[in-house]
Design a protein. Structure first.
Ligand code: HEM
Length: 255
């Protein structure tokens, strides 16, 4: 039977486990520069094959699925707000296909991405287990208790964000800096000890994809469309997102 997302996820995990279990001894034996070889070398004897495989699977998901969810959120809001799409496109068009420094200059796009993942956080809940009895704001939490930290909710609190449900990328401008009102107001990359190690790289990946899309395509959504977000895994529009993408006229004319 292959009917549920849960079943497909388990099958995919088994396949990845098999593939990586075969790859680890090969990676250990060579002096490669790929991620698995470097991890195997650095870990030495401290991590067994099973642990290396689990780390690799975690990193693939932590890196790929989050970046995809962030990109989808930004594509969605740019489809809903053509004025921001035009503004970001003008910024992209002002430079050549960007290198690292060029990506850093795309400030409008950066504000758009930050606002998109504030409203639709790729990883809106972080899970922790209390290692000892503790108390937070008068609530007793016994050792062993699982705790959900809902950063996605913080990002919509009216006491932290004016008009929290409005798409307003300027919140992240230097002049307003609404994300700075509290350390945990904006935490799509987590916070503290386990804050995302790929934050800058992830933002660059999303920027690179959106920059390329803006240069080549216009996209629109049906009027008044609101995505039915599904949170079974990372957020994704349950209807597949009815986006219409058109190649840019300038490109069709060959200019
Ligand atoms: C937009 C993209 C991304 C988002 C929204 C995101 C989000 C997050 C969040 C919320 C956490 C904290 C999890 C927790 O505290 O339980 C995290 C941790 C982590 N992320 Fe990302 N991430 C992104 C991209 C990436 C990329 C590109 C990589 C790797 C190249 C990566 C690797 C990791 C790793 C290894 C951790 C675990 C850190 C630790 O436990 O010390 N992430 N990420």
């Amino acid at each position: 039977m292959d009917s549920t997302a849960w079943h497909r996820a388990h099958r995919a995990r088994r396949q990845l486990t098999g593939l990586l279990t075969r790859a680890v001894p090969v990676a250990r034996a060579r002096d490669g520069a790929d991620f698995l070889s470097v991890m195997s070398r650095v870990a030495g004897d401290r991590l067994g094959t099973r642990q290396l495989v689990d780390h690799m699977i975690f990193t693939l998901i932590a890196s790929h699925d989050t970046t995809t969810a962030a990109t989808i959120a930004a594509v969605y809001f740019l489809g809903k707000h053509p004025e921001w799409q035009d503004r970001a496109r003008a910024e992209s068009a002002a430079g050549a296909a960007p290198d690292l420094a060029g990506l850093d200059r795309l400030n409008t796009l950066e504000m758009i991405i930050k606002e998109s993942i504030r409203l639709v956080s790729p990883s809106p809940i972080l899970l922790r287990r209390a290692v000892r009895d503790t108390e937070i704001e008068g609530h007793f939490i016994p050792a062993g208790q699982l705790v959900s930290v809902c950063t996605g909710v913080n990002q919509l609190l009216p006491e932290l964000w004016p008009e929290p449900h409005r798409f307003d990328p300027e919140r992240f401008s230097a002049a307003r800096a609404e994300d700075r009102v509290h350390r945990l107001a904006w935490a799509p990359f987590g916070a503290g000890q386990h804050k995302c190690v790929g934050m800058r790289f992830g933002l660059l990946k999303v920027k690179t994809t959106l920059d390329a899309m803006l240069r080549r395509f216009d996209w629109t959504l049906p009027p008044s469309y609101e995505a039915p977000w599904r949170f079974t895994s990372l957020p994704a529009p349950a209807d597949g997102l009815p986006l219409v993408m058109r190649p840019r006229r300038e490109r069709r004319a060959g200019s």
